[in-house]
Write a new protein. Structure first.
Length: 75
């Protein structure tokens, strides 16, 4: 699971790239995309959509709610 704070809004995605099975948690990008450290596949953080090759499939994104400072996820 990866959590992102993009301009004060929290997003969550699955942690593993759909191409190389690498952890996406190593990218500290402030943009709306996360990049795989192995082969530079890219994913749109809010939707999980694959936006750059060689990523063949989207990653899962999760609905997020912040309540009393805690981040809550829905599957």
């Amino acid at each position: 699971m990866c959590l992102y704070n993009l301009r004060g809004k929290i997003f969550a995605t699955h942690d593993t790239c759909t191409h190389g099975q690498a952890s996406l948690a190593t990218d500290s990008s402030k943009a709306r995309e996360i990049e795989c450290p192995l082969h530079q596949g890219k994913f749109h953080i809010p939707s999980g959509k694959a936006t750059g090759v060689p990523a063949p499939r989207n990653i899962r994104s999760y609905a997020v709610k912040v309540e009393d400072g805690a981040v809550l996820l829905k599957e």
